[in-house]
Ligand binder design. Structure first.
Ligand SMILES: Nc1ncnc2c1ncn2[C@@H]1O[C@H](COP(=O)(O)OP(=O)(O)OP(=O)(O)O)[C@@H](O)[C@H]1O
Ligand SMILES: [Mg+2]
Length: 306
Protein backbone atom coordinates (compact mmCIF):
# COMPACT_ATOMS: atom_id res chain seq x y z
CA UNK A 1 0.00 0.00 0.00
CA UNK A 2 1.04 3.57 -0.67
CA UNK A 3 1.08 5.51 2.60
CA UNK A 4 0.64 8.85 0.86
CA UNK A 5 -0.84 9.30 -2.60
CA UNK A 6 -1.26 12.61 -4.32
CA UNK A 7 -2.92 12.84 -7.73
CA UNK A 8 -2.92 15.97 -9.85
CA UNK A 9 -3.16 18.13 -6.75
CA UNK A 10 -3.69 21.82 -7.45
CA UNK A 11 -4.13 24.72 -5.08
CA UNK A 12 -4.73 28.31 -6.11
CA UNK A 13 -4.95 31.14 -3.65
CA UNK A 14 -6.80 34.29 -4.57
CA UNK A 15 -6.04 37.59 -2.91
CA UNK A 16 -8.72 40.18 -2.10
CA UNK A 17 -7.71 42.08 -5.22
CA UNK A 18 -8.34 38.95 -7.27
CA UNK A 19 -4.69 38.12 -7.94
CA UNK A 20 -4.17 34.41 -8.33
CA UNK A 21 -1.22 32.47 -6.87
CA UNK A 22 -0.78 28.90 -7.98
CA UNK A 23 0.84 27.27 -4.93
CA UNK A 24 0.56 23.66 -6.13
CA UNK A 25 0.30 23.02 -9.86
CA UNK A 26 -0.77 19.45 -10.64
CA UNK A 27 1.35 17.47 -8.21
CA UNK A 28 1.67 13.67 -8.21
CA UNK A 29 3.35 11.89 -5.31
CA UNK A 30 3.56 8.31 -4.23
CA UNK A 31 5.11 7.48 -0.87
CA UNK A 32 5.67 3.81 0.00
CA UNK A 33 5.55 2.38 3.50
CA UNK A 34 8.52 2.77 5.86
CA UNK A 35 11.57 4.99 5.78
CA UNK A 36 12.12 8.68 5.31
CA UNK A 37 10.68 10.50 2.30
CA UNK A 38 12.14 13.94 1.68
CA UNK A 39 9.81 16.54 0.22
CA UNK A 40 12.26 19.11 -1.05
CA UNK A 41 11.96 22.45 -2.73
CA UNK A 42 12.95 26.08 -2.40
CA UNK A 43 10.95 28.69 -0.49
CA UNK A 44 7.48 29.16 -1.91
CA UNK A 45 7.53 25.97 -3.99
CA UNK A 46 4.36 24.64 -2.33
CA UNK A 47 5.58 22.24 0.38
CA UNK A 48 3.54 23.61 3.27
CA UNK A 49 0.45 23.95 1.10
CA UNK A 50 0.75 20.31 0.03
CA UNK A 51 1.16 19.13 3.64
CA UNK A 52 -1.86 21.21 4.65
CA UNK A 53 -3.86 19.56 1.87
CA UNK A 54 -2.70 16.12 3.03
CA UNK A 55 -3.94 16.91 6.53
CA UNK A 56 -7.25 18.27 5.29
CA UNK A 57 -6.40 21.77 6.61
CA UNK A 58 -6.68 23.31 3.16
CA UNK A 59 -9.13 22.43 0.42
CA UNK A 60 -7.42 21.76 -2.90
CA UNK A 61 -8.67 23.53 -6.03
CA UNK A 62 -8.40 20.25 -7.95
CA UNK A 63 -7.01 16.74 -7.62
CA UNK A 64 -6.88 14.68 -4.48
CA UNK A 65 -4.72 13.12 -1.83
CA UNK A 66 -4.92 10.08 0.41
CA UNK A 67 -3.11 9.27 3.63
CA UNK A 68 -3.12 5.60 4.69
CA UNK A 69 -5.73 5.04 2.02
CA UNK A 70 -8.14 7.65 3.41
CA UNK A 71 -9.14 10.65 1.33
CA UNK A 72 -7.71 13.78 2.99
CA UNK A 73 -10.87 15.80 2.48
CA UNK A 74 -13.47 13.22 3.42
CA UNK A 75 -12.16 10.31 5.45
CA UNK A 76 -9.07 11.50 7.28
CA UNK A 77 -10.86 11.08 10.62
CA UNK A 78 -10.71 7.32 10.23
CA UNK A 79 -6.89 7.29 10.19
CA UNK A 80 -5.94 10.47 12.05
CA UNK A 81 -4.99 8.57 15.22
CA UNK A 82 -2.23 6.88 13.20
CA UNK A 83 -0.88 10.18 11.84
CA UNK A 84 1.46 12.55 13.69
CA UNK A 85 2.25 15.97 12.25
CA UNK A 86 4.11 19.20 12.77
CA UNK A 87 3.01 22.06 10.53
CA UNK A 88 4.70 25.34 11.31
CA UNK A 89 5.84 25.94 14.89
CA UNK A 90 3.54 24.10 17.28
CA UNK A 91 2.04 26.20 20.06
CA UNK A 92 2.76 25.34 23.70
CA UNK A 93 2.04 27.08 27.01
CA UNK A 94 5.18 29.10 27.72
CA UNK A 95 4.99 28.95 31.50
CA UNK A 96 4.38 25.22 31.72
CA UNK A 97 7.14 22.66 31.46
CA UNK A 98 7.58 20.61 28.31
CA UNK A 99 6.39 17.60 30.25
CA UNK A 100 3.27 19.40 31.49
CA UNK A 101 2.49 20.61 27.96
CA UNK A 102 2.70 17.07 26.63
CA UNK A 103 0.65 15.93 29.64
CA UNK A 104 -2.22 18.20 28.55
CA UNK A 105 -2.19 16.76 25.04
CA UNK A 106 -1.88 13.22 26.39
CA UNK A 107 -4.84 13.52 28.76
CA UNK A 108 -7.00 14.90 25.94
CA UNK A 109 -6.21 11.80 23.92
CA UNK A 110 -6.27 9.29 26.77
CA UNK A 111 -2.52 8.66 26.63
CA UNK A 112 -0.60 7.63 29.76
CA UNK A 113 2.05 9.67 31.63
CA UNK A 114 4.52 6.85 31.02
CA UNK A 115 4.17 7.50 27.31
CA UNK A 116 4.88 11.21 27.89
CA UNK A 117 8.14 10.34 29.65
CA UNK A 118 9.03 7.84 26.95
CA UNK A 119 8.65 10.36 24.11
CA UNK A 120 10.56 13.04 26.02
CA UNK A 121 13.37 10.55 26.44
CA UNK A 122 13.13 9.62 22.77
CA UNK A 123 13.63 13.18 21.54
CA UNK A 124 16.47 13.83 23.99
CA UNK A 125 14.53 16.02 26.40
CA UNK A 126 14.50 13.49 29.23
CA UNK A 127 16.52 15.68 31.58
CA UNK A 128 14.96 19.02 30.52
CA UNK A 129 11.33 17.95 30.52
CA UNK A 130 10.61 19.83 33.76
CA UNK A 131 11.99 23.17 32.56
CA UNK A 132 9.41 25.76 31.46
CA UNK A 133 8.79 25.82 27.71
CA UNK A 134 9.80 29.50 27.51
CA UNK A 135 13.31 28.56 28.65
CA UNK A 136 13.80 26.11 25.78
CA UNK A 137 16.15 26.83 22.90
CA UNK A 138 14.72 26.71 19.38
CA UNK A 139 16.13 23.21 18.91
CA UNK A 140 14.47 22.03 22.13
CA UNK A 141 11.17 23.57 21.03
CA UNK A 142 11.39 21.70 17.74
CA UNK A 143 12.10 18.48 19.59
CA UNK A 144 9.14 19.04 21.90
CA UNK A 145 6.99 19.46 18.78
CA UNK A 146 8.28 16.16 17.52
CA UNK A 147 7.58 14.58 20.91
CA UNK A 148 3.98 15.81 20.67
CA UNK A 149 3.66 14.30 17.20
CA UNK A 150 4.99 10.98 18.56
CA UNK A 151 2.62 10.78 21.56
CA UNK A 152 0.09 8.52 19.91
CA UNK A 153 2.78 6.28 18.41
CA UNK A 154 1.85 7.15 14.81
CA UNK A 155 2.57 5.00 11.75
CA UNK A 156 2.98 8.13 9.63
CA UNK A 157 4.70 11.39 10.49
CA UNK A 158 4.27 14.54 8.41
CA UNK A 159 6.93 17.03 9.40
CA UNK A 160 7.09 20.45 7.81
CA UNK A 161 10.66 21.77 8.00
CA UNK A 162 11.55 20.24 11.38
CA UNK A 163 15.14 21.48 11.08
CA UNK A 164 14.12 25.09 10.43
CA UNK A 165 16.25 27.60 12.29
CA UNK A 166 18.54 25.00 13.84
CA UNK A 167 22.31 25.30 13.96
CA UNK A 168 24.42 22.62 12.23
CA UNK A 169 24.66 20.50 15.39
CA UNK A 170 20.90 20.76 15.91
CA UNK A 171 20.29 19.75 12.29
CA UNK A 172 22.45 16.66 12.77
CA UNK A 173 20.53 15.70 15.93
CA UNK A 174 17.11 16.08 14.32
CA UNK A 175 18.33 14.24 11.23
CA UNK A 176 19.46 11.28 13.33
CA UNK A 177 16.21 11.24 15.23
CA UNK A 178 14.19 11.27 11.99
CA UNK A 179 16.41 8.57 10.49
CA UNK A 180 15.81 6.34 13.49
CA UNK A 181 12.04 6.90 13.31
CA UNK A 182 12.10 5.80 9.66
CA UNK A 183 14.25 2.78 10.48
CA UNK A 184 11.74 1.43 12.98
CA UNK A 185 9.16 1.03 10.23
CA UNK A 186 7.31 4.34 10.41
CA UNK A 187 6.81 6.39 7.28
CA UNK A 188 8.28 9.84 7.78
CA UNK A 189 7.36 12.50 5.24
CA UNK A 190 9.63 15.45 5.86
CA UNK A 191 9.83 18.74 3.98
CA UNK A 192 12.88 20.94 3.68
CA UNK A 193 14.28 23.75 1.57
CA UNK A 194 17.82 22.63 2.46
CA UNK A 195 18.19 20.18 -0.40
CA UNK A 196 21.77 19.18 0.20
CA UNK A 197 21.35 19.00 3.97
CA UNK A 198 18.64 16.40 4.10
CA UNK A 199 19.70 13.96 1.42
CA UNK A 200 21.64 11.96 4.01
CA UNK A 201 18.56 11.12 6.03
CA UNK A 202 16.18 10.30 3.18
CA UNK A 203 15.56 7.00 1.43
CA UNK A 204 13.45 8.62 -1.24
CA UNK A 205 12.88 12.21 -2.29
CA UNK A 206 10.58 14.31 -4.42
CA UNK A 207 11.88 17.67 -5.58
CA UNK A 208 9.36 20.42 -6.01
CA UNK A 209 9.66 23.58 -8.07
CA UNK A 210 6.82 26.07 -8.60
CA UNK A 211 4.29 23.58 -7.27
CA UNK A 212 5.37 20.78 -9.57
CA UNK A 213 7.45 17.69 -9.00
CA UNK A 214 10.62 17.84 -11.11
CA UNK A 215 12.21 14.62 -9.83
CA UNK A 216 11.06 11.73 -7.65
CA UNK A 217 12.60 8.42 -6.61
CA UNK A 218 15.34 6.99 -4.44
CA UNK A 219 18.09 9.47 -3.60
CA UNK A 220 20.44 7.61 -5.97
CA UNK A 221 17.93 7.69 -8.82
CA UNK A 222 17.36 11.39 -8.42
CA UNK A 223 21.09 12.09 -8.17
CA UNK A 224 21.60 10.12 -11.39
CA UNK A 225 18.80 12.03 -13.14
CA UNK A 226 20.71 15.26 -12.58
CA UNK A 227 23.70 14.06 -14.58
CA UNK A 228 26.85 12.16 -13.76
CA UNK A 229 29.41 12.85 -11.11
CA UNK A 230 32.47 14.98 -11.75
CA UNK A 231 36.19 14.38 -11.46
CA UNK A 232 38.46 16.92 -9.82
CA UNK A 233 41.90 16.91 -11.46
CA UNK A 234 44.86 18.56 -9.69
CA UNK A 235 47.84 18.90 -11.96
CA UNK A 236 50.89 21.22 -12.16
CA UNK A 237 50.04 22.93 -15.43
CA UNK A 238 46.24 23.16 -15.41
CA UNK A 239 45.97 25.26 -18.56
CA UNK A 240 48.17 22.89 -20.62
CA UNK A 241 46.29 19.94 -19.11
CA UNK A 242 43.00 21.48 -20.18
CA UNK A 243 44.26 21.79 -23.77
CA UNK A 244 45.54 18.20 -23.76
CA UNK A 245 42.20 16.95 -22.52
CA UNK A 246 40.31 19.02 -25.03
CA UNK A 247 42.36 17.50 -27.88
CA UNK A 248 41.49 14.07 -26.45
CA UNK A 249 37.81 15.00 -26.64
CA UNK A 250 37.40 15.41 -22.87
CA UNK A 251 36.04 18.85 -21.95
CA UNK A 252 37.43 20.16 -18.66
CA UNK A 253 36.51 23.33 -16.82
CA UNK A 254 39.08 25.28 -14.81
CA UNK A 255 38.00 25.94 -11.24
CA UNK A 256 40.35 27.72 -8.84
CA UNK A 257 43.66 25.81 -9.09
CA UNK A 258 42.22 22.60 -10.54
CA UNK A 259 40.18 21.25 -13.42
CA UNK A 260 36.75 19.67 -13.28
CA UNK A 261 35.80 16.95 -15.77
CA UNK A 262 32.20 15.92 -16.25
CA UNK A 263 32.14 12.13 -16.08
CA UNK A 264 29.06 11.69 -18.28
CA UNK A 265 31.07 11.08 -21.47
CA UNK A 266 34.28 9.60 -20.10
CA UNK A 267 35.94 7.83 -17.18
CA UNK A 268 38.89 8.48 -14.87
CA UNK A 269 41.20 6.06 -16.70
CA UNK A 270 40.84 7.96 -20.00
CA UNK A 271 41.61 11.22 -18.25
CA UNK A 272 44.80 9.97 -16.61
CA UNK A 273 45.95 8.21 -19.82
CA UNK A 274 45.51 11.36 -21.92
CA UNK A 275 47.42 13.44 -19.38
CA UNK A 276 50.22 10.88 -18.92
CA UNK A 277 50.72 10.65 -22.71
CA UNK A 278 51.43 14.39 -22.67
CA UNK A 279 53.87 13.98 -19.77
CA UNK A 280 51.44 15.42 -17.24
CA UNK A 281 50.95 13.46 -14.04
CA UNK A 282 48.06 14.63 -11.89
CA UNK A 283 48.76 14.59 -8.18
CA UNK A 284 45.11 14.14 -7.43
CA UNK A 285 42.13 12.66 -9.25
CA UNK A 286 39.10 12.63 -7.02
CA UNK A 287 35.48 11.99 -7.82
CA UNK A 288 33.08 14.70 -6.72
CA UNK A 289 29.60 13.48 -5.97
CA UNK A 290 26.83 15.76 -7.07
CA UNK A 291 24.35 16.59 -4.34
CA UNK A 292 20.64 17.26 -4.59
CA UNK A 293 21.26 20.98 -4.62
CA UNK A 294 23.34 20.62 -7.81
CA UNK A 295 20.72 18.31 -9.32
CA UNK A 296 18.06 20.88 -8.59
CA UNK A 297 20.06 23.65 -10.24
CA UNK A 298 20.75 21.48 -13.29
CA UNK A 299 17.11 20.44 -13.65
CA UNK A 300 15.89 24.02 -13.38
CA UNK A 301 18.60 25.56 -15.58
CA UNK A 302 17.10 28.10 -17.93
CA UNK A 303 13.98 28.25 -15.78
CA UNK A 304 13.31 31.95 -15.39
CA UNK A 305 9.69 31.83 -14.26
CA UNK A 306 10.58 32.45 -10.63
N1 LIG B 1 -2.83 31.39 2.73
C1 LIG B 1 -2.24 31.81 1.61
N2 LIG B 1 -2.77 32.81 0.87
C2 LIG B 1 -2.20 33.21 -0.28
N3 LIG B 1 -1.08 32.70 -0.79
C3 LIG B 1 -0.49 31.69 -0.11
C4 LIG B 1 -1.02 31.20 1.13
N4 LIG B 1 -0.22 30.21 1.58
C5 LIG B 1 0.77 30.10 0.67
N5 LIG B 1 0.62 30.97 -0.35
C6 LIG B 1 1.50 31.12 -1.53
O1 LIG B 1 1.63 29.84 -2.14
C7 LIG B 1 2.97 29.60 -2.57
C8 LIG B 1 3.49 28.34 -1.91
O2 LIG B 1 3.62 28.56 -0.53
P1 LIG B 1 4.04 27.42 0.49
O3 LIG B 1 3.96 28.01 1.86
O4 LIG B 1 3.23 26.20 0.24
O5 LIG B 1 5.55 27.15 0.07
P2 LIG B 1 6.71 26.38 0.84
O6 LIG B 1 7.34 25.47 -0.16
O7 LIG B 1 6.19 25.77 2.09
O8 LIG B 1 7.74 27.55 1.18
P3 LIG B 1 8.75 27.73 2.42
O9 LIG B 1 9.99 26.93 2.09
O10 LIG B 1 9.04 29.21 2.41
O11 LIG B 1 8.06 27.28 3.66
C9 LIG B 1 3.73 30.87 -2.24
O12 LIG B 1 3.77 31.68 -3.38
C10 LIG B 1 2.91 31.51 -1.15
O13 LIG B 1 3.07 32.91 -1.15
MG1 LIG C 1 6.71 26.00 4.10
Amino acid sequence: MRVIEVEQLRKEYRSLTGRKTVAVAGLDLSVPEGGVFGFLGPNGSGKTTTIRCLLGLVRPSAGRSRVLGADSQRHLGSVISRVGAIVETPAFYPNCSGRRNLGFLASLRGISDERVDAVLERVGLGDRGRDPFRAYSLGMKQRLGLAAALLQDPDVLLLDEPANGLDPAGIVEIRELIRSLGEEGRTVFVSSHLLGEVQQMCDRVAILNHGQCIAQGTVDEVLASGGAAQLVVRVDEPERAREVLERAGIPATPEQEHLVVDLSGTDGARVSRALAEAGLYPHELSPRQVDLETVFLRLTEGDTSG
